[in-house]
Design a protein around this ligand. Structure first.
Ligand SMILES: Cc1cc2nc3c(=O)[nH]c(=O)nc-3n(C[C@H](O)[C@H](O)[C@H](O)COP(=O)(O)OP(=O)(O)OC[C@H]3O[C@@H](n4cnc5c(N)ncnc54)[C@H](O)[C@@H]3O)c2cc1C
Ligand code: HEM
Length: 395
C-alpha cells in the first residue's frame, strides 16, 4: 500500500513525465539492453526502432502516475499488458531489472528534478505495479498449465503441413512433438514462437488462423521485406522442422455471449488471420456475419477460396472484397479503400453490431473513426495491433 506522501510525490512528477516520458523510456531501453543483454531476446527490434514500444511503455507509466489514487481506472489497460507479457513468457525475476533501469533513466533524464525523494517514491510505485502484474501473469501461467492440453513455458511443435495462401502469406500447421492434446484457444488469440535464427533467439507472435479444437495449431505468416522471423519461416520451416511455442494468449477475442448479434469482421492484408479463425468458429452458428477484406490485388488476397466456400455453404455469411490496386484479371466486389460509405452499407440499421478489425495502422484509423461516426459504440469496436498498441484517434 503506497503512503499518501509517496502518491503525492509521484503525482507531482506527472508534468515532467508528460514532457519527457518518451525520452525516459527510450533511454531506459538503451540502459537495459546494455546492462542486461539477456532480456533482449524478449523484445522486437523493429518495435524499438519505430519507437512504438517506447511510446507504449511511456503511455502506461504516465497512465499509472495519473491514476495512482484510483487504479481501477486502469483496469481496462492491464489485461492487454498481462496477456502480452504472458504470451512472451516474462518472469518475476525480470521485474527488478526493468525497475532498476527505469529509475536510472528517470534520474538521468530528469536530472536535478529527480531528487532522492522522487526516485524513492517511484521505486515504491514501480514495485506495487510490478507486484500486480507478476500476480496476474502467474495466474495466466497457472491457468494455461491446468487446462486440458495446456502447458507452461516452451513446447516443441513440428511443422506438419505448409499451405501457400497468397503470394505473400503461407500457413504452417503445427503439431506437438509430444503427441499430446492441444489447449483450446479463443478465436483471435495468438501463439508466440521462440525461434533460433542465425545464432539469435527471437520471439514473435502469430495469430491462430484456424478454428479452435482442430488437432493442430495453424499460423499464417506474411513474408515481410527484410523481416528476420517471417523470412526464416518461409525459407527454412519445411515439413518436419521443429519450433518452440508458448501457449496461446491475447485479449482480442470473439465475444460469443450474444450469439445472434450481427458480426462484422473488417481486415486489411495479413490482418485477416485472426478474423479467419473467428469466421471458421462461428460460421455454423447462424449468426449474421459480414466479412470485409481489403487487399492490394488478387495476388496477395489470402484465404479467398475458403471464405467463398463458407459464403456458399452458409447463407448467414456474406463477403466483400475491396482491392485498391486491382490487376486486370481481378474480380473484387469493390475497388478503392474501406471508407465510411462502404462500412455503412455493411451495417444493420440499428447499428447493433460487433465490429472486429485489424490491418495496417492507417486502415485501422479509418475503420475506427468511420465506426464511431456511424454510431457504433466504442465497446463494440474491437481491434488488435500486430505490434505494441497505438492510438487510433488524434489526441
Ligand atoms: C498479436 C500479434 C499477432 C500477430 N499475428 C501475425 C500473423 O498472424 N501473421 C503475420 O504474418 N504476422 C503476425 N504478427 C506480426 C509478427 O509477430 C512479426 O512482427 C512479423 O512476422 C515480422 O517479424 P519479422 O521477424 O519477420 O520481422 P522483423 O525482423 O521484426 O522486421 C519487421 C520490419 O521492421 C524492419 N526492421 C527490423 N529491425 C529494424 C531496425 N533495427 N531498424 C529499422 N527497421 C527494422 C524490417 O526491415 C521489417 O520491415 C503478429 C504480431 C502480433 C503482435
Ligand atoms: C511495471 C512494469 C511494466 C510495465 C508497466 C510494462 C508495460 C508494457 C506495455 C504497456 C507493453 C506494450 C503492450 C502492447 O500494447 O503490446 C509492454 C510490452 C512488453 N513488455 Fe512490459 N511492462 C513492464 C515490465 C516488463 C518486464 C519486467 C519485462 C521483461 C523484461 C517486460 C517485457 C515486455 C516485452 C518483451 C513487451 C513486448 C515488446 C515488443 O513488442 O517488442 N515488461 N510492457
Amino acid at each position: 500500500m503506497l503512503s499518501a506522501h509517496t502518491i503525492s510525490v509521484v503525482q507531482a512528477t506527472v508534468p515532467a513525465l508528460q514532457q519527457h516520458g518518451e525520452a525516459i523510456t527510450r533511454h531506459f531501453y538503451r540502459l537495459m539492453f546494455e546492462q542486461h543483454p539477456e532480456v533482449k531476446a524478449f523484445f522486437n527490434e523493429a518495435h524499438q526502432a519505430s519507437g512504438t514500444q517506447a511510446r507504449a511503455l511511456a503511455h502506461a507509466v504516465m497512465a499509472y502516475a495519473q491514476h495512482i489514487e484510483h487504479l481501477d481506472a486502469l483496469a481496462g489497460a492491464l489485461p492487454r499488458i498481462v496477456q502480452k507479457h504472458a504470451a512472451l513468457g516474462i518472469q518475476p525475476e525480470h521485474y527488478p531489472i526493468v525497475g532498476k533501469c527505469l529509475l536510472q533513466a528517470i534520474r538521468e533524464v530528469l536530472g536535478d528534478a529527480a531528487t532522492d525523494e522522487v526516485i524513492d517514491a517511484w521505486g515504491q510505485a514501480y514495485q506495487s505495479l510490478a507486484d500486480l502484474l507478476i500476480a496476474a501473469e502467474e495466474e495466466v501461467y497457472a491457468t494455461h498449465a491446468a487446462l486440458p492440453g495446456g502447458w507452461r513455458g516452451e513446447r516443441t511443435f513440428r511443422v506438419a503441413r505448409r499451405q501457400v495462401e497468397s503470394e505473400l502469406i503461407t500457413s504452417f500447421y503445427l503439431e506437438p512433438v509430444d503427441g499430446g492434446a492441444l489447449q483450446i484457444f479463443q478465436p483471435g488469440q495468438y501463439l508466440t514462437l521462440v525461434l533460433q535464427v542465425e545464432g539469435r533467439s527471437l520471439r514473435r507472435n502469430y495469430s491462430l488462423s484456424d478454428a479452435p479444437s482442430r488437432p493442430w495449431y495453424r499460423i499464417s505468416v506474411k513474408r515481410e521485406a527484410r523481416g528476420v522471423a517471417s523470412n526464416w519461416l518461409h525459407d527454412h520451416a519445411t515439413v518436419g522442422t521443429t519450433v518452440n511455442a508458448l501457449p496461446p494468449c491475447g485479449d482480442f477475442v470473439l465475444d460469443t455471449t450474444k450469439t445472434q448479434r450481427p458480426l462484422l469482421l473488417v481486415t486489411g492484408g495479413v490482418g485477416i488471420t485472426p478474423a479467419i479463425s473467428m469466421l471458421e468458429s462461428v460460421a455454423s452458428s447462424g449468426r449474421p456475419i459480414r466479412f470485409v477484406h481489403a487487399a492490394r490485388h488478387g495476388g496477395v488476397h489470402a484465404f479467398r477460396s475458403r471464405v467463398d466456400e463458407l459464403t456458399r455453404t452458409h447463407p448467414n455469411v456474406q463477403a466483400l472484397y475491396v482491392y485498391d490496386q486491382p490487376r486486370p484479371d481481378d474480380r473484387p466486389h469493390a475497388t478503392g479503400v474501406v471508407d465510411t460509405d462502404l462500412l455503412a452499407a455493411q451495417l444493420p440499421a440499428d447499428r447493433d453490431v460487433d465490429l472486429y478489425f485489424l490491418g495496417p495502422k492507417p486502415f485501422m484509423q479509418q475503420v475506427y473513426t468511420s465506426g464511431l461516426a456511424l454510431g457504433i459504440t466504442p465497446d463494440r469496436l474491437r481491434y488488435e495491433f500486430f505490434g505494441p498498441l497505438e492510438p487510433l484517434q488524434a489526441a
